[in-house]
Design a protein around this ligand. Structure first.
Ligand code: PLP
Length: 397
C-alpha cells in the first residue's frame, strides 16, 4: 500500500475558516475571515466593467487555441503600465518582462522557483507577520526564511526601528519580500519617506527586492499605491514583482495575476525570462485565457478603464467608511480601549488587536468569524451587522 501511512495535513488557517463559516447555522453569523471584498449588501460583486468585457469577449471569441507560455501579450503590457506608470523608462527600454500567472499565488511560486534555480540567493526575508502562504511558498522551494519585525503591538503601527534593525542583517544577494501596499495582515504600510529609505538601503546592500502587489488601488489609488515600488525602481536595477487582480478586478476564481522581472537591460531581461518560461512550461505549460483577456480588454478601452477605476474607488471608499463607523460604533457600544488606529490602516484588513482567545470567543458565542491573529476583513462589515458585531466585540474585550 502506498497511501495508508500518509498523515492528514492541517487545514489552511484562512481557507479552513471559510469552510467552517459555510457550515455555521446561526443566522446572525458574520464572516470577517477570508480576504474578499464585500459590498454594502454583503455580496462580492463582479465589477461592471468586467461584466461588459466578458460579454464582448464571448461574442468576439472565435478560437480556444493555446496561449503562449507567458500568456496574453496585451495583458502583460497593460500590467507593466499599471506597475510602472505610462511612459516609464523601463517600458521604453524593454527592461521588464511579464508573464501572466495563476493569480498572485502563481506569480509568487514562479518567483520562488526562478530565485531558487537561477540566482545565488539562499535566503528570503519576510515580514512578521505576513500572509502565511509567503512562508509556505518559499519553504516549498527549499529557501531559508528569515523574518523581519513589522508590527508594534503597543503603538499598533509599523515597528520601523525593529524592521531596520532586522533588515540591516540582510546580506548582499538576499531576497527581501515587500508588500506593495495594504500590508496583509496589518493594513500598515511604510510612509513615502520610509519607502525611500528602504529603497536606498536595498540598492546599497545589494538585495533582490520582491514586491507582492495584491491590492493595487485599495489604499489610496492606483498611482498612489505604486509609490513604494516606483521608489525602488529608481535605485534598484533588478527587481521582481508579483501582481494579483483577484481583488481589484473582483476576478478571484478566474486566477489572474502576473510575474514581472525587471533587469538592467533588454538583453539580460530576455535571457532571464527565457528561464522563467522554462519554469512555467514544467508547472502548467501555459495559462488560461478568460480572466486575462477580460483585464486586457478593460485596460485597453478608455471607457471601461474609467468605469473600473471609478468602481475601485467606490470599493476603497466603502472600506474607509466602514473603518470610521466601526471605530465610532465600538465607542458607542462602550469600548474603553482606543481603536482609532483602525482608521489609519490601508486596504481590506485590520489588525484589530483582538487576542486568539477573544477571536475564539467571538466565534463560539456570537458566530463571528475572524483569523486567530486578530486580523479582520473590514470589507465584511456592513450597516446590517455593524451594531451586532461591535456589541459582541465589547462583550469579549
Ligand atoms: N499576496 C497577498 C499579500 C495576498 O493577500 C493574496 C491573497 O489573499 C495573494 C498574494 C494571492 O492572491 P491570489 O488570490 O491572486 O493568488
Amino acid at each position: 500500500m502506498f497511501f495508508d501511512k500518509i498523515q492528514a495535513a492541517p487545514a489552511d488557517p484562512i481557507l479552513g475558516l471559510g469552510e467552517a463559516f459555510k457550515a455555521e447555522n446561526r443566522p446572525e453569523k458574520v464572516n470577517l475571515g477570508i480576504g474578499i471584498y464585500k459590498n454594502a449588501q454583503g455580496a462580492t460583486p463582479i465589477p461592471r466593467a468586467v461584466k461588459v468585457a466578458e460579454t464582448r469577449l464571448l461574442a468576439e471569441e472565435n478560437s480556444k487555441n493555446y496561449l503562449s507560455i507567458d500568456g496574453v501579450a496585451a495583458y502583460n503590457a497593460a500590467t507593466q503600465i499599471l506597475l510602472f506608470g505610462n511612459n516609464h523608462e523601463i517600458i521604453a527600454n524593454k527592461r521588464a518582462k511579464t508573464a501572466q500567472s495563476l493569480g498572485g499565488t502563481g506569480a509568487l511560486r514562479i518567483a520562488a522557483e526562478f530565485i531558487k534555480r537561477q540566482t545565488n540567493a539562499q535566503t528570503v526575508w519576510i515580514s512578521n507577520p505576513t500572509w502565511p502562504n509567503h512562508n509556505a511558498i518559499f519553504k516549498a522551494v527549499g529557501m531559508e526564511i528569515r523574518d523581519y519585525r513589522y508590527y508594534d503591538k503597543n503603538t499598533h503601527d509599523l515597528d520601523w526601528d525593529g524592521l531596520i534593525a532586522d533588515l540591516s542583517q540582510a546580506k548582499q544577494g538576499d531576497v527581501v519580500l515587500l508588500h506593495g501596499c495594504c500590508h496583509n495582515p496589518t493594513g500598515i504600510d511604510p510612509t513615502p519617506e520610509q519607502w525611500d529609505t528602504l529603497a536606498k538601503m536595498s540598492a546599497e546592500k545589494g538585495w533582490l527586492p520582491l514586491f507582492d502587489f495584491a491590492y493595487q488601488g485599495f489604499a489610496n489609488g492606483l498611482e498612489e499605491d505604486a509609490y513604494g515600488l516606483r521608489a525602488f525602481l529608481k535605485s534598484n536595477p533588478e527587481l521582481l514583482i508579483s501582481s494579483s487582480y483577484s481583488k481589484n478586478f473582483g476576478l478571484y476564481n478566474e486566477r489572474v495575476g502576473a510575474f514581472t522581472l525587471v533587469a538592467q537591460n533588454e538583453e539580460i531581461a530576455n535571457r532571464a525570462f527565457s528561464q522563467v518560461k522554462t519554469i512555467i512550461r514544467t508547472l502548467y505549460s501555459n495559462p488560461a485565457s478568460h480572466g486575462a483577456a477580460t483585464v486586457a480588454m478593460i485596460l485597453q478601452d478608455n471607457d471601461l478603464k474609467e468605469d473600473w477605476t471609478k468602481e475601485l474607488a467606490e470599493m476603497r471608499g466603502r472600506i474607509k467608511e466602514m473603518r470610521q463607523k466601526f471605530v465610532e460604533t465600538l465607542k458607542a457600544c462602550g469600548a474603553t480601549q482606543d481603536f482609532d488606529f483602525i482608521v489609519k490602516q490601508n486596504g481590506m484588513f485590520s489588525f484589530s488587536g483582538l487576542s486568539p482567545e477573544q477571536v475564539d470567543k467571538l466565534r463560539d458565542e456570537f458566530a463571528i468569524y475572524a483569523v486567530r491573529s486578530g486580523r479582520i476583513n473590514v470589507a465584511g462589515i456592513t450597516e446590517d451587522n455593524i451594531q451586532y458585531l461591535c456589541e459582541s466585540i465589547v462583550k469579549v474585550l
